[in-house]
Each structure stands twice: as C-alpha cells, then as structure tokens.
Design a protein around this ligand. Structure first.
Ligand code: NAI
Length: 331
C-alpha cells in the first residue's frame, strides 16, 4: 500500500478534493491518503500555515496531492505554496496545457508544457523600502537553479518524444539576470542536438501564444513568467478549472491544480474538480499507474463530450458531485 500525503486546502479545496479522492478510490488501487491541514485552515487551528506534521508527512511519503490554499493577505505571511516549494526545493513546476477534444475553444489542438523555475526569481520575496515612495524587489537568478530547470525541460522533451524547447525571457532589458538564464539555455541546448530549440522575449511570447499556440511544445522560463504564462495557457484550453501541475525534484513531488482557492464560489458545490483530477492523473503517471491515469482522462473526455454534465465554468449546470458521479460511471 502506497501512502500519499493529502492537503484538502481552503475555499473550494475540500469540495474538489473529496470528489477527486472518490474517483481515485473507484480505481481500487493500493493507495491510501494521509490528510493534513495547511494554509488558512491550519492557521485557524494551530497558528501555523505549514505545521511541522504536514512537512513530516511529505518527508515520509515523498508524494503529495494538494488542493489550493489561501494565504492570508497583508499580514506579512509568505505564500504557503512558495513556502512548501522552498521547504522541499521543488525546483520544477510542470504545467501541461492540452486541449480536451470535448471542450471547444478557439484552438482545438493545443499541446504544450510549461517548465517554470520554482525556487527563485522575484519569488524569493525580498523587497526593500528605500523611502516612502520607492520600493526595490530583488530578482534572483542563479546558474544552479537555471541549469536544473532547463535540463529538466530538455530531458522531458527527450523522454516524452517532444520536438522543441523554447526559452522565454526578457534578456533584452534584464541583461544580467535573464541574460544569465538565456546564456545557460544556449549552453545546454548543445547537449540535445535532436531537439529543436529557440528563444523568445516574454511579451512577444504572449502574443504568439494567443495567435498561434501550436508553434509551442515545451517551454522553459524563470518563475514569474511561468506563473503568468501558464494562466494564459489555461485560457487556451478552457480555463483555470482544467490546468494541472506538478512541483518536483528528484525525490519529492507535490501535485496540484494551477488555480487558487476560488473563495467566490466556495461552499456551493459548483467548482470544477478537473484541474485537481488531472493533477492526480500526473501523480498516477509518476507512481507508475499510467493506464489508470488514462482511464480517468478518457472518462473526463467522455463526460465533457455532452454539455449536459458540465460545471458552471464550462457553461453547464452540473454540481461538482454530479460531474464526479458521471466520471465514475464512465471509468
Ligand atoms: P483563483 O484561481 O482562486 O480564482 C480565479 C477565478 O477562477 C475565480 O473567478 C474562480 O471562481 C475561478 N476558478 C478557479 N478555480 C476554479 C475551479 N476549479 N472551478 C471553477 N472556477 C474556478 O484565483 P484568485 O481569486 O486570484 O485567488 C484566490 C485565493 O487562492 C488567494 O488566496 C490566492 O492566494 C490563492 N491561490 C492559491 C493557489 C494554490 O494554492 N496553488 C494558486 C493561486 C492562488
């Protein structure tokens, strides 16, 4: 029996986690879940956003499935997500955006993967108030972190039969920081002669993604661009309710939806659990249950083919529970 650390999260987190676990249990795999609280709920109960028992559980199990959490704003807290990623040095944030044949959007065959550096850039959160009208923020780019995310993107391309890796940057303005990231990309690409490589400035990338997303395959970039561009890529495939992700290094992996805790729809049983479910599929792939992951992906597509059983974000009227029931019926 393999044990998975489970974070039900805040806002819509518990609603979608319950349904995703119901689907995973329907597969009757030798998996069991060890639930822990983090985020706002943990803070309310323990005074800590990431209690030590949650950290210890990940250390034991190496794999976690995590629903979105709320980080209290403006009280000097570091983001829970950033905290977890840093605690385990989860340097690769992998966000695949793949069109679902059943969800009609502007483009029908988007299939790209964003590799977002996950440990540095402006996310180190070092800001300095110079005077009451001036604030500086530190953008940190290191060779070590850049090398490992760029290499991870190329290795993924090789392993998954992908053809191209694009480096996204702003090295024309940030000549030293993004300049270093681009320089390292240009060094490492030579180790992968069978993979096509190119680089694009981030603003141009936004336009290119909206105009012609099919030109992209694997994309690698510093932290902040990855955060912003992956929300954009979710828009290409039908919205935040559909975009999964993995935070990984060689030892640990935390799988989570890209979206947040959606407080505006929490408690209404209308949230779309697909992004967390597809994240669970990435987890199943990681654990070696590729066939079972595909069974779930196929069931999602079958259910979404009919507009009758969709959640509100996809134009339907189904509740989260009704949608889950339909997926289980189609497994
Ligand atoms: P959000 O992603 O929670 O919501 C943005 C919009 O998308 C909202 O209109 C929401 O209703 C909708 N939405 C998101 N997920 C959905 C789903 N599964 N089904 C249907 N509609 C969905 O972003 P927002 O409002 O900026 O952040 C809310 C909270 O989430 C904040 O406290 C933020 O810190 C936290 N957050 C947590 C993340 C995580 O734990 N990984 C990631 C992003 C934000």
């Amino acid at each position: 029996m393999r044990t998975i650390t489970l974070f039900e999260g805040d806002g819509i987190g518990p609603e979608i986690t319950k349904e995703v676990v119901r689907i995973l249990n329907a597969l009757q795999l030798p998996l069991q879940f060890e639930p822990y609280e983090i985020g706002q709920t943990a803070y309310d109960h323990t005074g800590e956003l990431i209690p030590q028992d949650a950290i210890d559980s990940i250390k034991r199990n190496k794999v976690a499935l995590k629903a979105p959490v709320t980080t209290p704003i403006g009280k000097g807290f570091r983001s829970v997500n950033v905290g977890l990623r840093l605690a385990f040095d989860l340097y690769a944030n992998i966000r695949p955006a793949k069109s679902l044949p059943s969800v009609i959007t502007r483009y029908d065959d988007v299939d790209l993967v964003v590799f977002r550096e996950n440990t540095e850039d402006l996310y180190i959160g070092i800001e300095e108030v110079i005077d009451e009208n001036t604030v500086h923020a530190i953008k940190k780019i290191t060779r070590k972190a850049s090398e490992r995310i760029i290499r991870a993107a190329f290795d993924y391309a090789v392993t998954n039969n992908r053809k191209k890796v694009t480096c996204v940057h702003k090295a024309n303005i940030l000549k030293k920081s993004d300049g270093l990231f681009l320089q390292i990309f240009n060094e490492i690409k030579n180790e992968y002669p069978d993979i096509i490589s190119n680089d694009l400035i981030v603003d141009n990338t936004c336009m290119q993604l909206v105009m012609n997303p099919k030109q992209f395959d694997v994309m690698v970039m510093p932290n902040l661009y990855g955060d912003i561009l992956s929300d954009l890529t979710s828009g290409l495939i039908g919205g935040l309710g559909l975009l999964p992700s993995a935070n990984k290094n060689d030892e640990y992996a935390i799988f989570e939806a890209v979206h947040g805790s959606a407080p505006d729809i929490a408690g209404k049983n209308i949230a779309n659990p697909t992004a967390l479910l597809l994240s669970a599929c990435m987890m199943l792939d990681h654990l070696g249950y590729m066939e079972e992951a595909d069974r779930i992906r196929k069931a999602i597509n079958k259910v979404l083919t009919s507009t009758a059983i969709r959640t509100k974000d996809l134009g339907g009227t189904a509740t989260t529970t009704e949608y889950t029931d339909a997926i289980i019926a189609n497994l």
